[in-house]
Design a binder for this molecule. Structure first.
Ligand code: C5P
Length: 397
């Protein structure tokens, strides 16, 4: 689907710049035209010659290049593309973009373009997690800029953490998705995520420790494969991903209503940690201590099972995926739950306190299908999401 598409590829300065060469190769192989732009810092890591030779197109480097301005001005260059990709996107380039600066060719193109922009950030872990970079990232996402990665892992500088540029294959997939392709193009996928809050009185509620991290990562991974994602989320800690339709709810009852309003969908992935019970005798006013030392008695009512309602109702998504967070007999409970709730797949995980999974960044899951159980190695929630999204794409193909 990339045949005939024009990609303006801005290569920033970073050790990951060498991966941009592989990206050019993948894009060319898929039939895309790649116009490369190399920043001054990028030129310290890859040579202009290797980039232009692989792309088979003229390389642009300077804002005030007389030849370039005569042939194709920088405004036109930024508009001729179907998509602008920045790989690697450095902290400096992101800061320039977020503040609208245009003091070199790359930043000028990024400010002048009327096309979508996809960033593949790459930087040292401290630079990535610095509040300034995270602030810039939030601004850019708010501006509609797409991102892929960074990945977590060993970095060239010897530190460990998020900051490594996404692999060329993942950037390629994100480019396809951004251009309306990807294996899930044209599919509608519903994702539920986060905890629910069940009110006790107007100021108090019952909740659980779900951060929304796994559901958020899943929504982003499905979006990256081209799906139209509706993300129904309870009050999560992790911000909702960009580029998906977000529906915010508080209670299980609200989540059920939002989910039913979202159907039909091709697949439903129910990663929310829905409260099993709500308070039946909620107080209309804030409950007061009456001085007697007696604690109020809360009565509970069972919440509707959203997953079972979707799996057994109509219109039923072709693929319904549930999550089973357990602390004992994980597999046995999850297998029984798959059958009881009527879903196609159950993703089981052990959320015992010692695992650090609930509210953490990693997950260790077993995928239970009709065919049996597959235990995946422990990995980041982002990696679980990408793997699961790829399996969902296969199932819907
Ligand atoms: O029964 P349990 O809460 O362990 O089931 C977990 C799975 O069921 C998750 O996929 C969760 O999103 C879903 N669920 C639901 N509605 C409920 C309870 C759980 O959709 N009321």
């Amino acid at each position: 689907m990339l045949a005939g598409k024009r990609i303006l590829l801005i290569v920033g300065g970073g050790i990951a710049a060498y991966k941009a060469l592989e990206l050019v190769r993948l894009l060319k192989k898929a039939g895309a035209t790649v116009s490369p732009v190399l920043t001054r810092a990028g030129g310290e890591f890859v040579t202009p010659l290797s980039l232009t030779a692989l792309a088979g197109e003229k390389l642009h480097q300077d804002l005030f290049d007389l030849g370039d301005e005569a042939e194709m001005g920088h405004i036109q260059l930024s508009r001729a593309a179907d998509l602008v990709v920045v790989a690697p996107a450095t902290a400096d380039l992101m800061a320039k973009m977020a503040s609208g600066r245009a003091d070199d060719l790359a930043s000028t193109l990024l400010l002048a373009t009327d096309k979508r922009v996809l960033l593949a950030p790459a930087m040292n872990v401290r630079m990535w997690t610095h509040p300034a970079t995270q602030r810039n990232l939030a601004t850019l996402r708010g501006d509609g800029v797409l991102t892929v990665g960074p990945d977590e892992g060993e970095m060239a500088c010897g530190e460990y953490g998020p900051g490594r540029m996404a692999e060329p294959g993942a950037i390629f997939a994100a480019i396809e998705a951004a251009l309306g392709g990807g294996p899930l193009a044209g599919r509608h996928v519903l994702v539920t995520s986060g905890p629910t809050h069940e009110p006790i009185d107007p100021v108090r509620y019952i909740a659980n420790r779900s951060s929304g991290a796994q559901g958020t990562a899943l929504a982003a991974a499905l979006r990256d494969l081209g799906a139209r994602v509706t993300f129904v989320t309870g009050p999560a800690v992790v911000p909702a991903p960009a580029g998906v339709a977000v529906v915010r709810v508080e209670t299980a009852a609200e989540m059920l209503a939002a989910v039913l309003a979202t159907l039909p969908a091709d697949a439903a992935v129910m990663a929310a940690a829905v409260a099993d019970w709500r308070v039946a005798n909620t107080a209309g006013q804030k409950m007061k201590k009456d001085g007697s030392g007696r604690a109020p008695a809360l009565e509970f009512a069972e919440n509707p099972d959203i997953l079972a309602t979707v799996a057994k109702g109509a219109p039923r998504p072709r693929l319904v995926v549930g999550f089973a967070a357990e602390t004992t007999d994980v597999l046995a409970h999850a297998k029984a739950k798959r059958l009881r709730k009527g879903c196609d797949w159950m993703v089981a995980n052990d959320v015992s306190p010692g695992t650090g999974i609930m509210g953490g960044t990693e997950n260790a899951v077993t995928l239970i299908t009709e065919a049996g159980a597959e235990t995946w190695p422990r990995m980041t929630k982002d990696a679980v999401a990408r793997q699961l999204a790829a399996r969902i794409a296969e199932a819907l193909a």
